[in-house]
Design a protein around this ligand. Structure first.
Ligand code: NI
Length: 171
């Protein structure tokens, strides 16, 4: 089931999300819905707060060409970051059509619980590294525009407020 994606500014996108205590059927269904919503958008990552659920859950698939490689991460944590940084032009499904360069560690080691309740650990590089950091930020109420200067951030926020007004009018 495709779920509506919240658009910034929204108080639910600013919350620190709660850890998941147990991987229930309901949470597995939520993860599947989030993947479906992400592929439909289309996007390469989605965090639970973006569909209004303030729990620590992220889904990703950074494969652009080739067979899909969906990853479901409950309670993801960065346990190591490289000193090397890399810059990617980031966007966000909660901030449609706005892009900006963000500098982050080029590689990260991430630990999480998978959909079967098993602990997983993996080193991410390239686009995957940027994406997983962007998504984990969402779980702490942080958006990529928070890395930008205040003027750029305000400009984007005003555009989003306008977009939301237009969408509300269209019903
Ligand atoms: Ni995002």
């Amino acid at each position: 089931m495709i779920r509506p994606i919240l658009i910034h500014p929204d108080p639910r996108l600013k919350k620190v999300c709660d850890p998941v205590a147990e991987i229930t059927t309901e949470l597995r269904r939520l993860a599947e819905d989030m993947l479906e919503t992400m592929y439909d958008a289309p996007g390469i990552g989605l965090a639970a707060p973006q569909v209004g659920v303030t729990k620590r859950l992220v889904v990703m698939d950074c494969i652009k060409d080739g067979p899909p490689e969906p990853v479901i991460l409950f309670n993801p944590e960065v346990i190591w970051s490289s000193e090397d940084l890399s810059t990617y032009e980031e966007g966000c499904l909660s901030i449609p059509d706005q892009y900006a360069d963000v500098k982050r560690p080029a590689e990260v080691q991430v630990r999480w619980i998978d959909q079967d309740g098993q602990p997983q650990e993996r080193q991410f590089a390239g686009l995957w590294a940027t994406c997983v950091q962007h998504e984990i930020d969402h779980l702490d109420g942080k958006l990529f525009i928070d890395y930008l200067g205040p003027l750029k951030r305000q400009m984007i926020t005003r555009k989003m407020e306008k977009l939301k007004r237009e969408r509300a009018r269209e019903g």
